[in-house]
Design a protein around this ligand. Structure first.
Ligand SMILES: Cc1cc2nc3c(=O)[nH]c(=O)nc-3n(C[C@H](O)[C@H](O)[C@H](O)COP(=O)(O)O)c2cc1C
Length: 220
């Protein structure tokens, strides 16, 4: 049992996350959907950068977070090698954060095509022109490449094979809201199947409880 009320109330973390993001979209000056996405490299060294969260999909078993990028970028290589990522989003205007850890897979090509096609033409051309995260001789070289691609690709470019979406299926989601005197509220949602395989969490799982998530209030 938890004493979850107000902004923390609800049976599904994806519904709560969507509500919080909708609220933040009204109060943030820009990019309320920006997330700091963390991955690890082959040495286990963490890496982090901002990306834009493009979708909070579904709920329950089917819930997920989606962003788009270049598969051959540093983050792309790290995700392809490890299959995991985490992110945090923080809204200064609301004084709230959401943290997510999970498994990552590519979104279906048809879905990525649809999102790609919805973008501005210059952005679609940019996805072809940029070899994201690899060295670039000069800004002029990038502009020349974009101009060249623009001529070759025409007005309806297809999605580049190296560009698409990643879907994060969380094993853990935490909702945090600022409280007076640093006595913040924190609620951690952990997938029960994940908790069972994690020795630090196993003791807190109730085998008779069939719900998908184990929800725990944490000390600030
Ligand atoms: C607010 C903000 C939003 C961004 N959104 C994206 C994005 O959606 N996708 C992306 O590939 N890069 C995005 N970037 C750029 C990334 O932070 C990063 O520079 C780039 O993806 C290369 O990262 P990597 O070398 O770790 O792969 C964004 C940057 C900022 C500051």
């Amino acid at each position: 049992m938890t004493d979850r009320t107000g902004i923390f109330a609800g049976d599904d973390p994806f519904v709560i996350a969507r509500d919080w993001l909708a609220e933040a979209s009204k109060t943030e000056p820009n990019d309320a959907n920006a997330i700091a996405l963390a991955t690890v490299d082959a040495q286990g060294l963490p890496d982090v950068r901002m990306v834009l969260l493009k979708e909070i999909e579904g709920e329950g078993e089917n819930g997920a977070f989606v962003f788009y990028t270049n598969f051959e970028s540093a983050k792309g290589s790290q995700i392809e090698a490890t299959g995991v990522a985490s992110f945090v989003m923080h809204w200064k205007s609301l004084r709230r954060q959401i943290r997510v850890r999970g498994h990552v897979s590519r979104v279906e090509p048809e879905l990525a095509d649809a999102y790609y096609d919805s973008r501005a033409l210059q952005s679609r051309i940019g996805a072809w022109a940029s070899k994201q995260s690899r060295p670039l001789e000069s800004r002029a070289a990038l502009m020349a490449e974009a101009a060249k691609q623009g001529i070759n690709l025409g007005l309806r470019p297809s999605r580049p094979p190296h560009w698409g979406g990643y879907r994060i299926r969380p094993v853990q989601i935490e909702f945090w809201a600022d409280g007076a005197f640093r006595l913040h509220d924190r609620f951690q949602w952990i997938r029960r199947d994940f908790a069972k395989h994690n020795s630090d969490l196993r003791s807190s799982t109730n085998v008779s409880d069939q719900s998908l998530w184990l929800v725990t209030r944490l000390n600030p």
